[in-house]
Design a protein around this ligand. Sequence first.
Ligand SMILES: NC(=O)c1ccc[n+]([C@@H]2O[C@H](COP(=O)([O-])OP(=O)(O)OC[C@H]3O[C@@H](n4cnc5c(N)ncnc54)[C@H](O)[C@@H]3O)[C@@H](O)[C@H]2O)c1
Length: 341
Amino acid sequence: MALRLIQAGIGGMGRAWWHGAIKDHAGVELVAIVDIADAPLAECGDALGIPQNRRFHDLTEAVKAVDADAVLTVTPPPVHLKHAEIAFANGLHLLTEKPLGATLDEARQMVTLAKEANRQLVVSQNYRYNAPMATLRRLVADQPLGVLGHGHIDFYIPGDFRGTFRETMEFPLLVDMAIHHVDLIRAITGKNILKVTAQTFKPAWSWYQHHPGLKMLMELDDGVQFSYSGDWSARGRGTTWNGAWRLQCDSGSIEYTNDNKIQQTTSTFWSKDQTTTEFPHDAAPRNGQQAVLDGFIAAAATNTPAETSGADNLWSFGAVCAGVISAQQGRTVDVRELIGE
Ligand SMILES: NC(=O)c1ccc[n+]([C@@H]2O[C@H](COP(=O)([O-])OP(=O)(O)OC[C@H]3O[C@@H](n4cnc5c(N)ncnc54)[C@H](O)[C@@H]3O)[C@@H](O)[C@H]2O)c1
């Protein structure tokens, strides 16, 4: 039986959900849509033939009016906790967009509510399932160049988010975008981030109210080190949304480049005899959102945690929140102390 889903937040990324992942998915029945704005409700409702009595301005009204198994919320982060309260109080599973909550305290509350209700909370960390990122994950596990010692990510994209919540939010790159890269570091290395030191800034030309610039150091399990450098207001040569990666292993480097290629390079002393091999991306039958949705459907059907469960995500969001505290207080922050591990 298909999962009966209510989608709340239909505009922006919500459109990518109903149009790109839900519309043709045999395992999901979209039983209601919710948005505070009329235009996205009309666009989605008309495109998918959803009757007027299944279009709502408020999630509570939708939950009362239709029979459902689950909620997907694709709303600004401060709304996620409210939607979690409504979903879990009504015995529904919840798939939420990242970042899990607006604050770590809210994220923790969401995880607790899911546990108390014995329902599944899943976070859309869809970048994990992008073909090049899934390929990097496999390469790090296969160790063709030996053990990973340290890594670096660059992220440079001039995001035009005028009119959305990112324009005014604090730490837009760190909280709303680097959450993907931090979660990817965990997925690709198979290690948790233990300590974070971050500085954020606003370049002179930036059009954001707060800081789209970030320099961050992370210490992972087993002493693996990672650095991150990014600007969400950077003009000039851009990276992909995955960022550009260098993974330094004991007998060579693995790189994911600005032009979406994965290559490994070996050399002898003084970088002589350099040999570079390109890897094709592993075949990905689904895009990242479809993979997340499949994981959510399976988690709801079996009532067991998905790979990107809320509880697991506390390690990713906790590392981001450690970065926020580090930037505010000018000190290194231990993620374990923040998330109580
Ligand atoms: N995983 C990804 O790749 C990815 C990409 C983009 C955005 N996101 C995330 O998706 C979420 C939404 O971002 P966006 O870019 O779509 O924002 P947006 O502002 O463009 O759209 C948000 C939508 O939610 C609606 N909304 C706001 N409050 C609501 C409420 N209380 N009830 C119902 N609807 C409400 C708005 O009217 C709007 O249609 C954020 O958490 C963001 O970080 C994830």
